[in-house]
Write a protein that binds this ligand. Structure first.
Ligand code: CO
Length: 151
């Protein structure tokens, strides 16, 4: 390998790792009419200046029938927050207002819609136990996953 080629190889490697690091600052999820998220596990980095949650509803059903959102919380809080979310109702996107256990919540959307939410820096700790779930009534049992937080 010539020196020039070695530099090129390093440049390519550098670009790849930068892209990977950027990925760890975004949670990209799709929800569908079969009450499923596109993935069961997402990895983000606690070092991100902020983490963006992007949810796309790829189905056709309206939000009233098949609404999806993304709630992020510590894993031990998922069940209690699901119940509290149902009480909070549609007007609050099925998340208890001002509840510190809710680390992030997107609006509830229906088929064909997209939404986002931001998790500010410092809210997620590396190595913590976190989950993401849909808090629409009855959905969390199927629509949930693990949020892994690296350094
Ligand atoms: Co849902």
């Amino acid at each position: 390998m010539s020196i020039r080629n070695a530099f090129l190889a390093l440049a390519v490697l550098g670009a790849a790792s930068t892209a990977q690091a950027a990925n760890r600052c975004t949670i990209d999820l799709k929800g569908d009419d079969r009450m499923q998220f596109s993935t069961k596990s997402v990895t983000v980095s606690a070092a991100c200046p902020r983490i963006t949650i992007r949810l796309a509803h790829t189905g056709k059903l309206p939000a009233k029938a098949m609404g999806h959102n993304v709630v992020v919380s510590a894993t031990p809080d998922v069940q209690a927050l699901s119940a509290a979310g149902i009480k909070a109702g549609a007007a609050n996107h099925y998340a208890p207002k001002g509840d510190k256990r809710v680390l992030a919540v997107t609006p509830v959307i229906g088929g064909g819609e997209t939404t986002t939410a931001i998790i500010p820096a410092g809210r997620l700790k590396a190595g913590g136990q976190y989950s993401f779930f849909c808090s629409f009534p009855g959905h969390a049992a199927l629509m949930k996953g693990t949020l892994v937080v690296t350094k």
